[in-house]
Design a protein around this ligand. Structure first.
Ligand SMILES: *[C@@H]1O[C@H](CO)[C@@H](O)[C@H](O)[C@H]1NC(C)=O
Ligand SMILES: *[C@@H]1O[C@H](CO)[C@@H](O)[C@H](O)[C@H]1NC(C)=O
Ligand SMILES: *[C@@H]1O[C@H](CO)[C@@H](O)[C@H](O)[C@H]1NC(C)=O
Ligand SMILES: *[C@@H]1O[C@H](CO)[C@@H](O)[C@H](O)[C@H]1NC(C)=O
Ligand SMILES: *[C@@H]1O[C@H](CO)[C@@H](O)[C@H](O)[C@H]1NC(C)=O
Ligand SMILES: [Cu+2]
Length: 237
């Protein structure tokens, strides 16, 4: 009897050992609150109300580790019905969290919340999330960074630092007006007024944050910069 018990406890410690060896880190649950709200934002000297997440443009970055469960509670305070899509994320057995409006869910109505609940498995890297209805993705978007499990080495030399680079476009007019007008006329919608990196058109455009600081008011300095510069100091802060 004693021998049998000790055999069992031996097996138990072996199983415990295997558990700790093969599950070095438990998957975490990452929670985010996304408040869909309208905010006045100014680019190219044009201020306009845009739809944002938490008043930020681009929206907050979602950081997760491979294996994590992610819970994003989206509360809609804006007048548009809307949904958020996790672009490129493989939704294994959580397809209802994918986000395209009228495909995997009804859009979230004003004053309502919906919690996206998904496990991030079998992939790592940087993807993006965006509104998936109307043209709201023009301003409702952000990065999702999936880090590998702890201790995973880089498959290339370790970079000095990491930055998210999100490409986008800015229209001076309301983006829903642009889309509606295009549909009505049966024409392609108006082209954007600028391309953006991390929501910013950069110092080559008027009213950019750093334009005055970099160029002062001397137009010659500006022209010189425009034709020679390879640096874009404006985008990562
Ligand atoms: C945006 O600005 C306009 C005019 O400057 C103002 O009437 C409006 O209340 C502002 N909206 C928000 C959401 O701050
Ligand atoms: C989502 O956020 C809303 C508004 O803050 C809150 O009332 C609701 O309880 C939250 N839902 C969950 C599941 O956390
Ligand atoms: C939002 O959706 C509801 C139906 O679910 C609809 O009655 C309402 O008109 C929609 N609102 C807008 C602004 O499209
Ligand atoms: C995510 O994984 C956890 C743990 O394995 C599981 O309990 C949960 O049901 C999964 N959620 C989804 C949405 O698949
Ligand atoms: C689209 O461009 C045309 C031509 O420049 C302009 O007249 C029109 O107002 C623009 N539409 C919107 C919605 O800004
Ligand atoms: Cu997408």
């Amino acid at each position: 009897m004693a021998a049998a018990l000790s055999k069992i406890s031996c097996w138990a410690s072996y199983i415990l050992f295997l558990y700790f060896v093969y599950h070095p880190a438990e998957a975490a649950v990452k929670r985010y609150q996304f408040d869909i709200q309208v905010k006045n934002v100014s680019r190219l000297c044009h201020a306009k109300p845009i739809v944002t997440v938490n008043g930020r443009f681009p929206g907050p970055t979602v950081y997760v580790r491979e294996g994590d469960r992610v819970l994003v509670n989206v509360t809609n305070h804006a007048k548009y019905n809307m949904s958020i899509h996790w672009h490129g994320l493989k939704q294994f057995r959580n397809g209802w969290a994918d986000g395209p409006a009228y495909i995997t869910q009804c859009p979230i109505k004003r004053g309502h919340s919906f919690t996206y609940d998904f496990n991030v498995t079998g992939q790592r890297g940087t993807l993006w999330w965006h509104a998936h209805i109307l043209w709201l993705r023009a301003t409702v978007y952000g990065a999702i960074v999936i880090m590998p499990k702890p201790g995973t080495p880089f498959p290339f030399p370790q970079p000095d630092r990491e930055e998210n680079i999100i490409l986008g476009e800015w229209w001076n007019s309301d983006v829903e007006d642009i889309e509606t007008q295009g549909d009505k006329l049966g024409l392609p919608p108006n082209a954007s007024d600028a391309h953006t990196i991390n929501g910013k058109p950069g110092p080559l455009f008027p009213c950019s944050e750093k334009r005055e600081q970099i160029f002062g008011s001397d137009p010659c300095v500006y022209d010189q910069y425009r034709s020679t510069s390879k640096t874009f100091p404006d985008f990562f802060q």
